[in-house]
Design a protein around this ligand. Structure first.
Ligand code: GLN
Length: 423
């Protein structure tokens, strides 16, 4: 049993039959569920019951799945530990006394503890892969546009995707088969060139693939994490994959660029939560300025407020060129460099997180350390490409994730290689 993995345990019964018959699915609490609270783990949305479901939720129910509850998360997806939740932290069931990672920490904990067969998370800068790594489960951040975001409460639209989590690669592929595909209600979805099912990729050989290991993603990685990572790489090599060490300079500024872009988009997306149009409302007198201030200062937690302030600053007149535009340049450079890299390697590999799961209470005191720990996951969101985190065990016995990154629409290759690391 995990501690505090769920915010709400209401059930949504299946409406059809198919690939998910008999499967229970836990859904992150920033994904809309008709008639069931969707709080984003924020006091701001403590009473919000959506009048419609996200497309991914409809697809799961139509495929025979049952939704068993809404999972805990960092408030509005902002964090890497699930400790910024207004509902308190979730404990890591695989590493007791430690955080489950974030922001989809409740989803990872629910599948790790066997409370749900499958789960949905969302990944803006690593929020599926980080908790998958910390809890010893599998998580996939799909190619941008492969999965509908309709019904996802936005944190940073240009970066995020909903994606599957499970204890094994097969479960992740199975859930992706159900949720992927064009949605007329999300204009950013695109048809995938893939015609075979994702599950059928699990048996594909990897003996003709080349995997690049960027030096930049190994810098400063602790010994136990590195040992786990190398054990996973050894399995890929034993299965015939070629590996080679490479350098990708544009990875260096990625985490800084990510935090500028993510907070800028967040400051704009979260402007609607003012207690008048949406969200927590305090009975207070005064003019509109006082009413908005009161609603927003009592409805949002500290981490969300910090990011709204930073984002508003980064977009303000006089600073936009210095921060937001620079970050966009760094993003374009990374996209171009990765395109070139993927002409000579099929996939990239790295430790998902450079660190082991933090003890509860430690990282939340030190936001810069927490932000820096996202160094290996955020480049994937900036590049809009897919990546999977597969569990390996570090030499200290704590869970470690091995991340495989591919070019757009390479999910099948990620599943084939991921299965080799996993089995
Ligand atoms: N930890 C990152 C952040 O706080 C990623 C969060 C996410 O992917 N939602 O922004």
């Amino acid at each position: 049993m995990s501690t505090n993995a769920f915010i709400t345990r209401s059930e949504l019964s299946s409406t059809g039959s198919g690939m998910l018959d008999g499967h229970s699915v836990a859904v992150k609490d920033n994904i809309s569920t008709e008639g069931v609270l969707t709080t984003c783990a924020s006091k701001m949305l403590a009473d919000y019951v959506p009048p419609y479901s996200a497309t991914v939720v409809d697809r799961i129910l139509n495929a025979g799945g049952t939704i068993i509850g809404k999972t805990n998360m960092d408030e509005f997806g902002m964090g890497s530990t699930t400790e910024t939740s207004a509902y308190g932290p979730t404990e890591n069931p695989t590493a007791p006394g430690r955080v489950p990672g974030g922001s989809s920490g409740g989803s990872a904990a629910a599948v790790a503890a066997g409370e749900a067969d499958l789960a949905l998370g969302s990944d803006t800068g690593g929020s599926i892969r980080c908790p998958a790594a910390f809890c010893g489960v599998v998580g996939l951040k799909p190619t941008y546009g492969l999965v509908s975001r309709y019904g996802l409460v936005a944190y940073a639209n240009s970066l995020e995707q909903i994606g599957p989590m499970a204890t094994d690669v097969k479960g992740v592929a199975q859930l992706l088969d159900v949720i992927a595909g064009v949605d007329e209600r999300d204009a950013t979805t695109k048809p995938s060139p893939e015609t075979s099912s994702y599950q059928s990729a699990l048996d594909e050989p990897v003996d003709d693939i080349t995997i690049g290991i960027p030096n930049e993603l190994l810098e400063g990685v602790g010994e136990p994490v590195l040992d786990g990572f190398e054990a996973g790489i050894a399995r890929l090599e034993a299965a015939g994959a070629q590996t080679k060490s490479i350098s990708i300079s544009s990875l260096e500024p990625a985490v800084q660029a990510y935090y500028v872009i993510a907070v800028s988009e967040a400051s704009s997306n979260l402007a609607r939560f003012d207690g008048v149009r949406y969200g927590h409302h305090e009975e207070t007198g005064g003019d509109w300025h006082e009413v908005y201030s009161k609603n927003r200062s009592t409805g949002f937690g500290d981490e969300v407020k910090r990011r709204i302030l930073l984002g508003t600053f980064a977009l303000s007149a006089g600073y936009q060129d210095r921060y937001y535009q620079q970050a966009q340049h760094a993003r374009a450079w990374l996209q171009q460099e990765l395109e070139t890299v993927f002409e000579s390697v099929d996939l990239l590999a790295s430790p998902t997180m450079p660190v082991e799961p933090f003890p509860l209470g430690e990282a939340i005191e030190d936001p810069m350390t927490m932000y820096r720990a996202d160094r290996n996951t955020v480049p994937v969101n900036l590049a809009n490409t897919p990546a999977i985190s597969v569990p390996v065990t570090g030499s200290s016995g704590l869970p470690v994730g091995l991340q495989l990154i591919g070019p757009a629409n390479s999910e099948r290759a990620l599943f084939s290689a991921g299965e080799v690391v996993y089995s």
